[in-house]
Design a protein around this ligand. Sequence first.
Ligand SMILES: C[S@@+](CC[C@H](N)C(=O)[O-])C[C@H]1O[C@@H](n2cnc3c(N)ncnc32)[C@H](O)[C@@H]1O
Length: 190
Amino acid sequence: MAEAERWDEVYAHEPELYTTKPNALLVEVAERLSPGRALDIGVGQGRNARYLAGRGWQVTGVDVSAEGVRQTAAAGGVTVVRQAVEEFEMGEAEWDLILGMYVHGVLLRASGRIVAALKPGGLLVVEGFHRDVMKLGIGGLTGGLLGYQTNALLRHFTALRVERYQDCTALADWRQIEAPIVRMVARKEA
Ligand SMILES: C[S@@+](CC[C@H](N)C(=O)[O-])C[C@H]1O[C@@H](n2cnc3c(N)ncnc32)[C@H](O)[C@@H]1O
């Protein structure tokens, strides 16, 4: 699985490519939530999952990278599953919060199951690159496309009520560069 192997290399040898801080949008959203059950899709090294666990959340992270899963599990406090999201059983009305940070197509391909897996009243929190990031010469790790096309998140998650959507230029978590970014906070109506 080329994608998993490439991420294994990044996590083992290029730790500086990723901020170790939790995502700022997540922090802002989580500060006003009571802890519950959270699913981190593409948990990576676990920076966001660990942050939530530290606030009392019961967190599950899923990722294809053995090294990402190893590092997240080693830090403790998070249930980690090494599996492709496409094969991961998310369940129905299971999660109070689902995160998708810098996972792009992985998230879009699972959109229907994500909506079903949220509890009524549950939140989806997403940040990632806009596809325009490729104009800066940055592409997918395995050479593919990177980022969300304009309004792709809105189109894929029409079943949710969008509380916040931003298409802007900001400091990205990945590579920590000023880049075109998309952010979304959306709720499954109760
Ligand atoms: C850019 S990293 C983001 C990591 C983490 N969300 C963060 O923001 O720190 C993308 C992650 O998605 C994972 N990934 C890629 N394809 C996946 C798939 N089909 N299922 C699960 N995880 C996947 C990679 O292994 C990698 O850890």
